[in-house]
Each structure stands twice: as structure tokens, then as C-alpha cells.
Design a protein around this ligand. Structure first.
Ligand SMILES: Cc1cc2nc3c(=O)[nH]c(=O)nc-3n(C[C@H](O)[C@H](O)[C@H](O)COP(=O)(O)OP(=O)(O)OC[C@H]3O[C@@H](n4cnc5c(N)ncnc54)[C@H](O)[C@@H]3O)c2cc1C
Length: 265
């Protein structure tokens, strides 16, 4: 049987107190990853701390230079948001490619980014746009956030509250989806930030990473043809039943060209 205490705090302070008072407690957002993990007995938390009762975690706002999205905003709400569509259309498009309608209606930005699944889509946008992650304790730059497979800079019991995405001049995301789950076999987010080109890759490595050789080439010439002749080193890439490291390396270059073209390059 599943044995855990369910909590639905109404403030961040209350959530933190419950988490700090129960060593085996876990944050619950949309439950799209956590609940299957519990069903498979890969996690057995003593307490679930559901963030859905906390005000302020479901807002999307335009702060002028950036779009700020609360941790509990669902993928469906990001995809449908007029604020996101106007400020960063590539982010709304990305959200619309995640999973299926059920997953998009339950899964949250905070849950996805905290989890750092190697095949998740949002990490590519967080890194590609140079976003800032706000927690209950501090702000973390995207470049410092994704550390390894399912590992981030978040400390124990640290609560991701919102993410601030700077508005780019142009941006686009292209992914090769797993045909069953829609997770990225390889996905590339390309952004012309106005002060530089950023290229972030998901699906291919242990966690999302920036492709600096591609950034340098696109900085000199923002066009798909600028990537001709470039390759991604497959040595550190993931290999599984879906794709070999070499195939993922190939897909990254194909997705990068598509993203650059979609971003106007
Ligand atoms: C069938 C299926 C298909 C999917 N396809 C895709 C896809 O195509 N692309 C994609 O990107 N994703 C995909 N997902 C993942 C999904 O979109 C969710 O984003 C993901 O499961 C986690 O979000 P969640 O809100 O459900 O978090 P939960 O499952 O509730 O939590 C996930 C983890 O994050 C922690 N956590 C949650 N919120 C916070 C917070 N605010 N602060 C700190 N820690 C927190 C939890 O403790 C837990 O460890 C798919 C999932 C399923 C089940």
C-alpha cells in the first residue's frame, strides 16, 4: 500500500516547515513524474507537500524585459497564454509540444525544471534564453542550474517559485519527439538574445547543455548554412533503445538547423 501523509499548505513558509520537519517529505506539483515513480516503488516519501494551495505560484506576468512564470503554471497554460505568445512565442510553442493533453493539463513548469529529466523540453528554453530561477531562498542563473541527470542546483527542500525568461529578439525550438511519450530524443532551442546567440540542447546528454561551437558559428552568421560542416561529439551523449549517441549527435544538428530557420536565420 502507499503510505504517506498528504499536506496542502497555503504559504511557502508553511510548505518549508513541513519539508524541514519530515526528512522523507517530497514536494508534489502536477504529479506526472512523482506519482508514477511512487507507483513503481522507486520513491516512497513519508509526506507529500502539494504546492497547489499556495497563492502566487500560478501567475504569468510581463515584466517588460522578461516573462515571469510561476512554478505551478501548467504546460497547457503556458501554451495558451497571450502574454507568453506575445513576448516569447517560441516558449508557448515548446509548451504545446510536451506530452499529450492530459500531461499538459497537469504537468507544471516548476515540476519539469526541478526534475531535470534529460529528455524534458523546458530545460532547453531555460538555458537557451538565459533564464533566472527564483526559489524560496535565492535566484539561480540558468547556466548554474542543470548539473546532471535528474540533478539541479536546488538544495534539499528548496522550493522553485518562478522562472524569469528574458525576451529574445528571435527564438525557436525544434525537437525530434519520441513517438510514444513526446519526450525529446533530441531538442534544440536557439535564441538571438540581442546581446548574443544561445543554443541549448536537451534529450541528447545527461542534462540540458549549451552547444558553444554552434553558438560561435551562429554569432558570426545567423543562418542554418553557418552550421554546415559542424558536428556534435557523440562521446558523452545518451544511448538507449530509442537512439544511439551517434544518431542523437546527428539529430542535434538537424534540429539546430530547423530551429535557426524557424527563428528567422
Ligand atoms: C506520459 C508522459 C509524457 C510526457 N512527455 C513529456 C514531454 O514530451 N516533454 C517534457 O518535457 N515532459 C514530458 N513529461 C513530463 C511532464 O511534462 C512533467 O513536466 C513532469 O512529469 C514533472 O512535472 P510535474 O508538475 O508533474 O511534477 P511532479 O511529478 O509533481 O514533481 C516532479 C519532481 O519535481 C519536484 N518538484 C515539483 N515541483 C517543485 C518545485 N516547485 N520546487 C522544487 N521541487 C519541485 C518533485 O518533488 C518531484 O521530485 C511527460 C510525462 C508523462 C507522464
Amino acid at each position: 500500500m502507499y503510505e504517506f501523509n498528504y499536506h496542502r499548505p497555503t504559504s511557502i513558509d508553511e510548505a518549508r516547515q513541513i519539508l524541514e520537519g519530515n526528512e522523507e517529505a517530497k514536494i508534489l506539483a502536477g504529479g506526472m513524474t512523482l506519482l508514477p515513480t511512487m507507483k513503481m516503488r522507486l520513491a516512497q516519501p513519508s509526506d507529500l507537500v502539494d504546492l497547489s494551495g499556495i497563492d502566487g505560484l500560478t501567475t504569468i506576468s510581463d515584466d517588460g524585459d522578461a516573462i515571469v512564470i510561476g512554478a505551478m503554471v501548467t504546460h497547457a497554460d503556458v501554451a495558451a497564454s497571450d502574454v507568453v505568445k506575445a513576448g516569447i512565442p517560441a516558449l508557448a510553442d515548446l509548451a504545446n509540444t510536451i506530452g499529450d493533453a492530459q500531461v499538459r493539463n497537469r504537468g507544471t513548469l516548476g515540476g519539469s525544471v526541478s526534475n531535470s529529466d534529460p529528455a524534458a523540453d523546458y530545460p532547453a528554453a531555460v538555458l537557451g534564453l538565459g533564464a533566472t530561477i527564483a526559489t524560496d531562498k535565492r535566484e539561480i542563473a540558468a547556466d548554474e542550474f542543470f548539473e546532471a541527470m535528474f540533478e539541479t542546483a536546488l538544495g534539499e527542500n528548496e522550493i522553485l517559485q518562478s522562472i524569469s525568461f528574458p525576451k529574445p529578439k528571435n527564438a525557436a525550438y525544434a525537437k525530434f519527439p519520441n513517438p510514444a511519450s513526446r519526450y525529446a530524443v533530441a531538442g534544440v532551442f536557439v535564441a538571438d538574445t540581442g546581446s548574443g546567440i544561445r543554443v541549448a540542447v536537451t534529450g541528447a546528454g545527461a542534462c540540458a547543455f549549451r552547444a558553444s561551437a554552434l553558438e560561435d558559428a551562429l554569432q558570426a552568421d545567423f543562418s542554418a548554412s553557418a552550421l554546415d560542416g559542424l558536428t556534435i561529439d557523440a562521446t558523452e551523449l545518451n544511448g538507449d533503445i530509442h537512439a544511439s549517441p551517434e544518431y542523437r549527435a546527428h539529430l542535434v544538428m538537424v534540429m539546430a538547423r530547423r530551429a535557426v530557420t524557424a527563428a528567422g536565420g
